[in-house]
Design a protein around this ligand. Structure first.
Ligand code: GLC
Length: 810
């Protein structure tokens, strides 16, 4: 209870801010100062990115961290100015101001806007107990950082928080846990910890990453509305400031530093199905058969813990799954892939080679007196791999051959907070030792990184075992930067309307924290779903970057057909829509991979100047062209939707709205409020049962033309493998402009060497009250038709790599 409801005070009596500092060294983009015994370094890593490190024992600065993907940054052009009182480091895009007595650091963007300025009174420093020694403060002095809140500054991000989008006036805890089933929005820390605060100040964005994988806490203008606070238990103080000024700039730089989301295999964007557990081969076959017979698209079936022999990881249960290889190849023929769960706990069993090998090679975590650390999880008493050790990660990765060799396609890393059963749903005690690579650490020092390190081992293992294929790895736990190893699914939600609602801010918060590839269990995991809840959840879930239905052991069946009609038809319709939207979704994944832009994104990402969007957490954008506002209460068919500036078309009725506007949407079952931005092409595939069924032929570009202009990007490649890195992709920009009743759609030249295998590209232009006067493609008569009932003009185009211009006169 205390953890949830009591906020510790920001300032404790042992805190000492750093005082006067002197410059001891500088080179190019970096200053090194000394304040008392503390070494402080301020560095410009990129024009809009600064790093600050404070090392209380006077040691040489070092920034190794699981969060950080890019340690080496090229030279940044920096000019330095120096007076007795202050040193400034200026790049082309931002400035760091370092005042020397007392030492305070602040920043400004190119426009001179002040951001992430140290609080004048408290600055940064360390809290040391008066009797501090290795027993009273085993992790060393506790770093603390106080920043001024700028006028109008509002806080967002902070990872997988469920309690709304905005974080202003909140206390944030970063400590990975497996929360009890039925967690609510008042639970702060969940499975992953991403200590990244995304700030918006009157339309301009900046970010702050406080890098420490131990327990950390933030106070974002809760105790004092003019100040934010960032504190860890022990160690050095390291933080990064991203100066923006657009939300896209912040996430671009943040994901350059912490790593980008890899390109997914296309099949992993298809619909997925799971249950804890499909108990045997026959049950799996039955589920697969139902999907195909009922014509509900599905690409993946997951196997939960019962496929294993007594929950021993990297084994098969010979009674339940006697012929996994045969099962997998049968499923593969029907277009299904199989993903298996893997937990970190390795059963202590002298007759189990995974354990005996790990034990003999000394790859497990230790107690303080050097014994193997044991606790209970599903298999009973287990040992836990020390994933901080590169040798352990390599060994762990190689063990996945037991699954991949029989045809498993992807790996689901679970329980990796780690979650332990003694006491129930606890985690490792802080004094457990990770011997590491000759650099032992207490668990308390690396706790939040444990899940990321497990996912990293899995991804590296998969890459080694199948070098030509893009790994599909799911993780439940992790730390900042986890997005470069795995996608995140958000653990054990419940079959409650509240949890359906909470999914929206949760995924938007993750997207603003670099974890764009994410999803919640459709239908809810704990408890029993019902027909209406499952149907509405599918209406939301179809738009998630990761789309999987999952439920706990002992709950009601939750497959799309479990509740009969009308739920089944709604589910089918939504999954068919998702399947059709895959070219759009895939293009968004590529944008995310290149720039860090969230896939499922808050409105504020696109409309930062519009402060109404800052609290719009019950609706979201998928890319910039689709706005989704799911129904999240029972018995409701209407809801309020905020449409930001621009012109929006209701997907199901074609009705036009001019934003900014607050509208009341009518959303009967099967028609979740979905709006398409005018002039923005949404590429769509034909109907398919799974992603491998055929090529995207014809590929449809759905457009609602209206006065004005906009554009979008279509990205395609082989859908797997790494040839795209050598230019084997196809990218084209689609622009649409309407002026004086004349609509011009222009497909740019096709860039890249990938040649889409199709005969037909077609434009589907909606919102035509009557047949167009003329339609021309590249100045000549075109193959087009008009459907009076739907007001749709279809223009058929061949696939060519050159520019295509289509002129339609209304
Ligand atoms: C955890 C997972 C859940 C899984 C269960 C059994 O609770 O979060 O998804 O089904 O373990 O493996």
């Amino acid at each position: 209870m205390a953890e949830i409801f009591e906020n510790p005070p920001q300032i404790d009596s042992n805190y000492e801010p750093l005082g006067a500092a002197e410059l001891v060294d500088h080179d190019g983009g970096s200053l090194r100062l000394k304040a008392g015994s503390t070494i402080v370094e301020v560095s410009a890593l990129a024009p809009d990115l600064f790093r600050v490190g404070a090392f209380p024992d006077g040691s040489t600065p070092g920034y190794d961290s699981e969060a950080i993907a890019k340690q080496e940054w090229g030279t940044v052009e920096v000019s330095m100015e120096r007076s007795d009182k202050e040193i400034t480091l200026s790049t082309s895009a931002a400035t760091a101001h370092v005042s020397l007595d007392p030492l305070r650091v602040s920043f400004a963007d190119a426009s001179g806007r002040s951001l992430a300025a140290d609080d004048e009174e408290f600055g940064m420093g360390f809290s040391r107990r008066p009797d501090a020694d290795v027993f009273t403060q085993p992790l060393g002095p506790s770093p603390r950082l106080y920043k001024r809140r700028e006028e109008g500054e509002r806080y967002f991000g902070c990872g997988e928080r469920t309690s709304g989008l905005e974080k202003t006036g909140s206390h944030q805890i970063f400590w990975n846990v497996d929360p009890p089933l039925g967690h609510t929005a008042s639970f702060n820390n969940l499975y992953t910890s991403i200590p990244f605060v995304f700030s918006m100040t009157k339309g301009r964005a900046h970010g702050l990453l406080f890098d420490d994988p131990g327990r950390i806490e933030f106070d974002l203008a809760l105790e004092d509305e003019d100040r934010s606070y960032y504190g860890a238990e022990g160690g050095n103080l390291v933080y990064y400031v991203f100066c923006g000024p657009t939300p896209g700039d912040v996430l671009d730089r943040y994901t350059e530093l912490t790593g980008r989301t890899p390109m997914p295999p296309l099949w992993s964007l298809g619909n997925q199905q799971c249950r804890y557990s499909y108990m045997d081969e026959d049950e799996v076959r039955e589920v697969a058969r139902n999907f195909r017979e009922r014509d509900i698209p599905c690409d993946v079936i997951h196997l939960d813990i019962h496929y294993m022999d007594g929950y021993r990881v990297f084994t098969w249960n010979e009674e339940r799954f006697p012929e996994p290889e045969k099962l997998m190849s049968e499923l593969r023929e029907q277009g299904f892939r199989v993903v298996t769960i893997v937990d970190p706990g390795v059963k202590v069993d002298e007759n189990y080679p995974v354990y005996t090998e790990g034990h003999e090679r000394d790859l497990f975590c230790k107690t303080g007196v050097g014994e193997e650390y044991h606790n209970a999880v599903w298999p009973g008493i287990c040992a836990f791999p020390d994933f901080t050790n590169a040798e352990t990660r390599e060994w762990w990765g190689a063990n996945h051959s037991a699954l991949l060799d029989v045809g498993v396609a992807g790996i689901w890393c679970d329980m990796n907070e780690p979650s332990l059963f003694i006491p129930r749903q606890s985690t490792m005690p802080g004094d457990v030792v990770h011997p590491g690579d000759d650099d032992p650490k207490f668990h308390a020092q690396i706790h939040n990184a444990y899940g990321s390190l497990m996912a990293r081992a899995a991804r590296a293992g998969l890459l080694k075992l199948r070098p030509g294929e893009r790994p599909f790895v799911i993780t439940r736990a992790g730390y900042a930067g986890l997005q470069r190893h795995a996608m995140q699914w958000t653990g054990d939600n419940s079959s409650w309307w509240e949890h359906l609602w909470m999914s929206m801010p949760q995924l938007q918060n993750l997207g603003l924290s670099g974890v764009a590839w994410a999803g919640v269990d459709i239908g809810g995991f704990g408890g029993d779903a019902n027909a209406e809840l499952l149907a509405r959840w599918a209406e939301f879930g179809a738009f998630q970057p990761f789309c999987r239905n999952h439920t706990a052991i002992g709950t009601r069946r939750q497959e799309p057909w479990a509740f009969g009609e009308p739920c089944e038809s709604v589910y089918r319709k939504m999954m068919k829509l998702r399947q059709r939207l895959l070219p759009y979704l895939y293009s968004l994944f590529e944008e995310c991979h290149r720039t860090g832009a969230p896939i499922l994104r808050p409105l504020l990402f696109e409309y930062p100047e519009d402060e109404t969007t800052y609290t719009a957490d019950d609706e979201f954008l998928l890319g910039d062209a689709l706005l989704v506002a799911p129904i999240t209460r029972s018995g409701i068919e209407h809801r309020h939707v905020y449409l930001p500036r621009g012109c929006w078309f209701h997907y199901w009725t074609g009705e036009r709205f001019d934003g900014p506007a607050h509208v009341l949407a009518h959303a009967p079952l099967g028609q979740p409020p979905l709006y398409v931005k005018a002039n923005t092409a949404v590429p769509m595939a034909p109907d398919m049962a799974h992603t491998g069924e055929g090529t995207w032929d014809p590929l449809t570009l759905l457009l609602y033309p209206t006065a004005g202009a906009d554009e979008s990007v279509l990205y395609e490649d082989a859908g797997d493998g790494f040839d795209y890195e050598d230019g084997e992709y196809a990218r084209r920009t689609v622009s649409c402009e309407e002026a004086a009743g004349s609509v011009t759609v222009r497909l740019s030249e096709r860039l890249g060497s990938f040649v889409p295998q199709r005969q037909e590209l077609r434009l589907e232009l909606r919102g035509f009250g009557s047949a167009p006067e003329s339609v021309e493609v590249n100045g000549e008569g075109a193959d087009s038709s008009y459907d009076e009932e739907t007001g749709t003009v279809i223009v058929s185009l061949g696939e060519t790599e050159s520019v295509i211009t289509v002129e339609i006169v209304r």
